[in-house]
Write a protein that binds this ligand. Structure first.
Ligand code: FES
Length: 349
């Protein structure tokens, strides 16, 4: 397990520690190019796929079937039509239990999936569950495959370079706000640094270091993960906008415009909606990629890279990028406590 020490801690009481990439990641299983033959004998393109489960055709009677140690769940309709998915709830990855002919319920928080449509019925909102491809080419067996999409960070990889002391630094400010400094440039994340959040329900604890507004006003970029007021904070942004309304602000490309609308309403004028899983160059040596929360909530995290050195900030995501993340990132920031003002960015080694 790699654990590099290129980050410099400047103030002993307010810095984040980092975890090596040991948890929350999903090992990518061996890949195969497989042509899937559908029930109607049409074929699906030969994308890269994982074989998730197989079963005998004769075992597929109408109802719900769990396969491969309950990792896969298959629904067989009365007319024999099959639909299949991984047994993994989109909320936080819980395993389902059957509660009705075609309905699964996750015991963790009660989300419910209708297998006949592959849509969640709780919560309401037509949230879709990813389906497995089903291959009928074998006369005896049916095979269930997941598709592996290309990993975005495999595109144009950066060559790792040796860093000078203090060339790359991360400073913890408060709550989920950090400053990543590199080569004299500065990226801030989720600046909630003054006033309350959630009406007057949450307050900062600990407070940010003195001079935070000067530092924030000198930022080259700001990343905002989602529209909750402890991340997209009116009091902080209004104060910042009174000094530097033009700092580029990166927000995720959610279906709704609330991040952009709110940031503009609070006075920021230079806001970029960034597509998920796409590198955004900050300069020749630095870039960032916004990653979605796999639960389907409007939430995100960010992967930052400087000279081949990577930092993953999962922010509030409980299932960042559906659990598929860079396997060898060097440092991770994530929530670690619910005390005081709520979820705070940071973690213990
Ligand atoms: S409802 Fe499934 S993990 Fe929360």
């Amino acid at each position: 397990m790699k654990f590099h020490t290129t980050l410099v801690f400047l103030a002993p009481t307010s810095w984040i520690c980092y975890l090596p990439s040991s948890d929350g990641t999903k090992a990518v299983t061996p890949r195969n190019h497989i042509v899937v033959l559908n029930r109607d004998m049409s074929t699906v393109s030969s994308d890269v796929r994982n074989l998730e489960a197989q079963c005998h055709r004769r075992d597929m009677t109408p109802g719900i079937h769990f396969l491969n140690n309950r990792n896969v769940v298959v629904y067989c309709a009365p007319d024999g039509t099959l639909r299949a998915t991984l047994n993994r709830c989109r909320h936080e990855g819980g395993g389902f239990r059957p509660t009705h002919t075609c309905v699964l319920t996750c015991p963790h928080h009660g989300w419910q999936l209708n297998l006949s449509t592959m849509e969640y019925i709780n919560p309401i909102g037509a949230l879709k569950q990813a389906e497995l491809d089903i291959d009928y080419s074998d006369t005896e067996k049916v095979s269930f495959f997941s598709t592996i999409t290309p990993l975005p960070w495999d595109v144009s990889p950066m060559v790792k370079q040796k860093l000078q002391d203090a060339e790359l630094m991360v400073r913890y400010f408060a709550h989920a706000c950090c400053e990543i400094r590199f080569a004299g440039r500065s990226l801030f994340t989720d600046p909630w640094l003054t006033g309350p959040a959630f009406s007057r329900g949450w307050w900062l604890d600990p407070l940010p270091p003195r001079g935070w507004l000067d530092r924030l006003s000198d930022a080259d970029w700001i990343y905002i993960s989602h529209n909750h007021s402890d991340h997209l904070n009116e009091h902080t942004l209004r104060l910042l906008a009174s000094r530097r309304p033009d700092i580029p602000v990166f927000v995720p490309d959610f279906d709704n415009d609330s991040c952009i609308t709110l940031a503009q309403q609070y006075g920021m004028t230079n806001i970029y909606r960034v597509p998920f899983s796409t590198w955004v160059s900050l300069d020749t040596d630095a870039r960032l990629m916004i990653l979605p929360d796999g639960t389907g909530r409007d939430d995100s995290g960010v992967l930052f890279e400087y000279k081949g050195h990577t930092i993953l900030n999962a922010v509030d995501c409980s299932d960042i990028n559906g659990g598929i993340v860079l396997q060898d990132y060097e440092h991770q920031m994530t929530r670690w406590t619910y005390r005081d003002s709520g979820q705070q960015c940071g973690c213990a080694v």
